[in-house]
Design a protein around this ligand. Structure first.
Ligand SMILES: Cc1ncc(COP(=O)(O)O)c(C=O)c1O
Length: 412
């Protein structure tokens, strides 16, 4: 079955769906390996955005006129697509936000803030993106609570026993990434959820990286909150997703106030709209949601299993290519990882690596990848990071390898 899916995955056919990949950069074919920062968009997403503004544009949920109904149907239809993509139980559990960062802030402010008492704890992991650290720091500082950090080992694997030890009587929420953007580590989120739920502690999983590399089933996972960001899911920027268990969302106060999130308003008192609108104040990013709906349709049409197998094969190949280059050291060697090739080269600053390979048409990212504590833990200031998506090929990884040989020639 898996082999059948794999056979059906045709990377050249997939590439043809992404117009930007045909570009030349500095006179070389573009090799786009910065997918962990943002992915490129298939034509079907671009078409959905154009169609929205040429034929559907109106504000949603407010008009009786035809176009408003068309736009509302398209917007709410996108929610249903996203709900199916994550296998949530109801559209009421899918909140559209601006990005993953806003989704996490929403939970920190509307779930954690009213609950946290002085001395309470929020438990995260050592490999979080800044957007799953800072919102908790803000809310902990305000409420006199403490941020606890479950450590990782030298390969970049979460130390699960330590995590369990830190899960204490005062833990009020766990917030952990499904997949590290700096290292590629896939965390044992099912175990994390099981351990936390056994102690009645709710769990937020940051799926910003995982959601475009592997199938995610929020009901099977059992997390209370699952967060994703549209621009990594082959969709537009400015649109994010918060899945929340309905009972949790019902019990939470609103995050932002304004139009659309209310049922009634008087100067004395306002009441809140039903889910999911209670958490969507103001005119939403209508075309962003529609574009994201088209993107998840696209991912499903390609097939998540075949895509994941292709990327795993590329990850193994890319690791070989990089390890064969003298002086290259891989950063992040977890046994379960996906699509991230982070590395350093002895004596050469990652920024110089990035600049030279760019001249060869190869786009990679260099720096701390918004995960400074990961760099501190590993005792390095930065890495160079090549990150994969469904449209990458072995030839592109060979091009990265060749470009890195040039880097070594220049600096060696
Ligand atoms: C693991 C992880 N979490 C959160 C984010 C934040 O995503 P956004 O900037 O779209 O909110 C990112 C983005 O790089 C990420 O990789």
């Amino acid at each position: 079955m898996a082999t059948e899916t794999l056979k059906a995955f045709d990377v050249q056919r997939v590439r043809a769906d992404f117009p930007i990949l045909g570009q030349q950069v500095h006179g070389r074919p573009l090799v786009y390996l910065d997918n962990a920062a943002t992915t490129q968009k298939p034509q079907i997403v671009l078409d959905a955005l154009t169609r929205y503004y040429t034929a559907q544009n109106a504000n949603v949920h407010r008009g009786v006129h035809h176009l408003s109904q068309v736009a509302t149907e398209a917007y709410d239809g996108a929610r249903t697509k996203v709900r199916c993509f994550f296998n949530a139980g109801s559209d009421r559990e899918i909140i559209f936000t601006r990005n993953a960062t806003e989704s996490i802030n929403l939970v920190a402010q509307a779930y954690a803030r009213p609950k946290l008492q002085p001395g309470d704890e929020v438990l995260i992991s050592a490999m979080e993106h800044h957007s799953n650290i800072v919102p908790w720091q803000l809310v902990c500082a305000e409420r006199g609570a403490h941020l606890r950090v479950a450590p990782m080992d030298d390969r970049g694997e979460l130390m699960l026993e330590e995590f369990e030890r830190l899960l204490g009587e005062r833990t009020r929420i766990v917030a952990v990434t499904h997949m590290s953007n700096a290292l590629g580590t896939i965390n044992p989120v099912a175990d994390i959820v099981r351990m936390a739920r056994a102690r009645n502690v709710p769990v937020l999983i940051d799926g910003s990286q995982a959601a475009y590399h592997m199938p995610v089933d929020v009901q099977a996972l059992g997390a209370d909150f699952y967060v994703a960001t549209g621009h990594k899911l082959y969709g537009p920027t400015g649109i994010g997703v918060l899945y929340g268990r309905e009972s949790r969302l019902e019990a939470m106060p609103p995050f932002l106030g304004g139009g659309d999130m209310i049922a009634s308003v008087t100067f004395e008192k306002s009441t809140w709209n039903e889910l999911p609108y209670k958490f969507e104040a103001g005119t939403p990013h209508i075309e962003g949601a529609i574009g994201l709906g088209a993107a998840v349709d696209y991912i499903q049409s390609v097939g998540l299993d075949g895509m994941a197998a292709h990327e795993q094969e590329l990850l193994a190949y890319g690791t070989q290519v990089l390890e064969a280059i003298p002086g290259v050291r891989m950063i992040g060697t977890a046994r379960r990882k996906a699509s991230i090739l982070s590395f350093v080269i002895d004596g050469i600053h990652p920024h110089d690596i990035g600049t030279i390979v760019d001249r060869e048409g190869v786009a990679i990212r260099t720096g701390h990848h918004c995960a400074q504590p990961v760099m501190d833990r590993l005792g390095i200031p930065a890495t160079a990071r090549a990150s994969l998506a469904m449209y990458n090929t072995r030839e592109e990884l060979d091009a990265l390898g060749a470009a890195l040989h040039k880097v070594i020639e220049v600096f060696g």
